[in-house]
Design a protein around this ligand. Structure first.
Ligand code: NAD
Length: 337
């Protein structure tokens, strides 16, 4: 039986997908340099699933180390999570982002081509829609980027399209994630951001656990139902099952295709804070502050294409997201450390 190779498999979305794959009877290899993760997440994935996986520490920029994986194991598909993802950091260190994300992907694809492994699921992002004007966002909406991180995802989308054009036997699913939140309901694995979190939910949970005094809500004068920004939050376990659906789809469908993975439902920052407080019976002190440059008023998906072609849709509610996020944080106040 052959393996599914996850680059960045120890990270937040990778570890939840590894769990879903093992639970579905797949064999898994993770290849991760632990820049933003540790092998502890994968130890817990194995504990939860009762199945072992192959955990390799390595960098996708290291062609020799990556080639060894293809030499040593039969691989049927790759899910490519490995990447740097902090928007602010990408603006300060663009070359690092382009090298790691874009050159890393080129490296990976060269080796996949060489070893005849031409099935790829790629972690793209709703960020490729830039400041979209039409809601909900459809896969055919115009693409643009407002920062080097988004630009790196957009470049990779172009590279994969060119690759498929040149070598039509590739099967590629480009998954554009909206706002992943939550954690496995066991509370054993979850999001473990280094330093100051970039995203809303880890910020809320760090305030709840007493690591931070209060939450800054950026912008309360947007044209939304309560003035705060609206986003499409998706539970990470739903997102993980979207990857299994994409792999299944690629078994049947040649070509390259693009899918929004979101719920289709927008919630505001205040909706999330209120739900978190109610469900977990916790007070979250927050302050309404100025808009943050680059943020948009609202962003939510039209997920109809994934529903139709991948036969996938989100199952979890906002209540599940806030409950599971807190369950993870309160059981692991310092993440995996
Ligand atoms: N979390 C989000 O909000 C979000 C939204 C849209 C898209 N994405 C994309 O999904 C993917 C996974 O995101 P995540 O939230 O799990 O992030 P994460 O940081 O938890 O996981 C990424 C993993 O990749 C590893 N990695 C980074 N560079 C590497 C390299 N050169 N070689 C090997 N491993 C490397 C990191 O150590 C980490 O474990 C990323 O590509 C990210 O851009 C994430």
């Amino acid at each position: 039986m052959s393996y599914v190779l996850l680059t960045g498999g120890a990270g937040y979305i990778g570890s939840h997908t590894a769990l879903a794959l093992l639970n579905a009877g797949e064999k898994v290899i993770s290849f991760d340099n632990y820049h933003n993760s540790s092998s502890e997440s994968l130890k817990r994935v194995q504990q939860l699933s009762g199945h072992s996986l192959i955990d390799i520490q390595g960098d996708i920029l290291d062609s020799q180390a990556l080639a060894q994986v293809f030499e040593q194991y039969p691989i049927k598909a790759v899910i490519h999570f490995a990447g740097l993802k902090a928007v602010g950091e990408s603006t300060a260190k663009p070359l690092w982002y382009y090298e790691n994300n874009v050159a890393g992907t080129v490296n990976l694809c060269k080796l996949m081509s060489k070893y005849g492994v031409k099935k790829l699921v790629f972690s793209s992002s709703a960020t490729v829609y830039g400041a979209a004007e039409q809601m909900p966002i459809h896969e055919s909406s115009p693409r643009s980027a407002t920062n080097p991180y988004g630009q790196s995802k957009l470049m990779i989308e172009h590279i994969l399209a060119d690759l498929h054009n040149a070598e039509p036997d590739w099967r590629i699913a480009v998954l554009r994630y909206f706002n992943p939140v939550g954690a496995d309901s066991s509370g054993l694995i979850g999001e473990n951001p280094n330093g100051i979190p970039n995203n809303l939910m880890p910020f809320i949970t760090q305030v709840a656990v007493g690591k931070r005094d209060k939450l800054d809500v950026f912008g309360s004068d947007y044209p939304t139902h309560d003035g705060t920004g609206v986003r499409d939050f998706i539970h990470v376990s739903d997102l993980a099952s979207g990857h299994l659906a994409a792999l299944g789809y690629l078994d049947k469908a040649p070509g390259i295709d693009y899918f929004n993975l979101g719920s289709g439902q927008g919630y505001s920052v205040l909706d999330v804070i209120k739900s978190f407080s109610q469900v977990n019976q916790l007070d979250i002190p927050y302050a309404l502050v100025k808009r943050r440059p680059g943020d948009v008023a609202q962003c939510y998906a039209d997920p109809a294409k994934a529903t139709e072609l991948l036969q996938w849709k989100t199952e979890k509610t906002l209540e599940d997201m806030v409950r599971d996020s807190w369950n993870w944080q309160k059981n692991n106040p310092n993440g995996y450390n």
